[in-house]
Design a binder for this molecule. Structure first.
Ligand SMILES: C[S@@+](CC[C@H](N)C(=O)[O-])C[C@H]1O[C@@H](n2cnc3c(N)ncnc32)[C@H](O)[C@@H]1O
Length: 371
């Protein structure tokens, strides 16, 4: 799947060329681009409309333990790969739900990007510490920048030329929104690769295509789920067969109670892995969430973290825990770690922290939408 030119993918965020022929007709390409934008907008509007919850509302959520479990998985990834002082790029940062994790890891600089204006605004107030959030906390100890825009469409190497290189790039529960077209998937990986330093780490979580396709094939119809989620494929996939030559644009509708209700795309992991390799990103590991939990719950420090986060109850008086339905949703996801090829350059200083601020005003949020 090597591209037909000699330019290193990591130095180029250029247009896609590969053996995948998702939309060979020229006219179709235009239509595809338009519908892709419409879907990206739908996703943005869905997340923008989700308002912050009070502590009481959050605790009453039917998927509260799943949310806590996902926070535990993300915290483990952050703790495993982050070092004090690291510069972090958080792609699709949402409302800044991971800011506390980064603070605990004592990072030195943070850039968060999200397509949903409402989420970036929530992230801004959470960072400033003046949000009406449940956590009463001191201010964060690292300078930050927030950007609003489509990080699977825009060339971020240009936007963040003065901030790079980053030590860590994180994309949590969002990479699948790039898989609507090959061009977007490539843009996503080109952005990560161009901004990470050699030896830098890309951590993330996304749906596990193998599990979703297995469940689809096991279902009578084109829909399956339980009382907290459902997934529905369109009639065009009625045969439940997927051509290996067309691994992009396999759309389904995902509904998760109190969390998600929008179009998503299947990410065949072997394609993700080989495309990432083209962009100098090598797989360190991939684990389904169930496997991830089994493995890291063998380590006392992460058992203690799980107890504190409360996903499996507090291990004491509190016997509340993940429901079987929530555990089934956890199975729909995987965690991955990739490493940018090359040796770290010890003489090169980290990202430019002076671009960041300790208080972010509304006017400080940079908008990078292309229209
Ligand atoms: C499930 S939320 C995860 C948010 C956050 N990463 C977390 O783990 O809490 C998915 C996020 O992806 C963002 N997103 C989706 N498509 C995006 C795009 N093209 N560019 C930037 N953000 C995007 C959404 O706005 C939403 O905030």
């Amino acid at each position: 799947m090597k591209r037909g030119n000699s330019e290193s993918p990591s130095t180029s965020a250029g247009p896609p060329q590969s053996k995948f022929k998702h939309n060979p007709e020229g006219d179709g390409q235009f239509l595809e681009d338009e519908s892709t934008k419409i879907f990206a907008r739908k996703v943005a509007e869905h997340y923008s409309a989700r308002t912050n919850q009070t502590l009481e509302e959050r605790e009453a959520s039917p998927i509260i333990h799943l949310k806590k479990l996902n926070n535990w998985i993300k915290s483990v990834l952050v703790q495993l790969y982050t070092r004090r002082g690291d510069a972090v790029l958080d792609l699709a940062c949402g409302k800044g739900g991971d800011l506390i994790k980064w603070d605990k890891a004592k990072i030195g600089y943070y850039v968060g990007i999200d397509i949903a204006e409402g989420s970036i605004e929530d992230c801004r107030t959470r960072y400033n510490g003046d949000a009406d959030h449940h956590q009463r906390r001191k201010k964060f100890s690292f300078p930050a920048r927030l950007i609003c825009g489509d990080c699977f469409e825009v060339r971020l190497d240009k936007v963040l030329a003065d901030d790079a290189p980053f030590d860590i790039c994180s994309c949590q529960f969002a990479m699948h929104y790039s898989w609507s077209t090959e061009a977007r998937a490539r843009r996503a990986l080109a952005n990560v690769s161009a901004l990470l330093r050699p030896g830098g780490t890309f951590i993330g979580t996304m749906p596990d295509a193998n599990v979703i396709i297995k469940k689809l094939r096991g279902a009578d119809e084109l829909e399956f789920g339980n009382n907290v989620y459902w997934i529905r494929f369109d009639e065009e996939f009625s045969e439940k067969k997927f051509k290996s030559s067309q691994p992009f644009g396999i759309k389904y509708k995902f509904h998760l109670e109190d969390a998600v209700d929008c179009p998503e795309w299947i990410v065949p992991f072997h394609v993700f892995k080989s495309l990432a390799e083209e962009y100098d990103l090598e797989l360190v590991f991939v684990k389904n969430s169930h496997e991830f939990v089994r493995e890291y719950m063998k380590k006392p420090e992460y058992v203690e973290l799980m107890r504190r986060l409360g996903a499996l109850g507090d291990g004491n008086q509190d016997h509340s825990t993940l429901s079987p339905e929530e555990w089934e949703v956890a199975y729909l996801y995987l965690a991955f770690v990739l490493r940018k090829r090359g040796q770290p350059d010890r003489t090169q200083s980290n990202a430019r922290r002076d671009k960041g601020q300790m208080y972010i005003g509304k006017e400080d949020i940079m908008n990078i939408s292309e229209e």
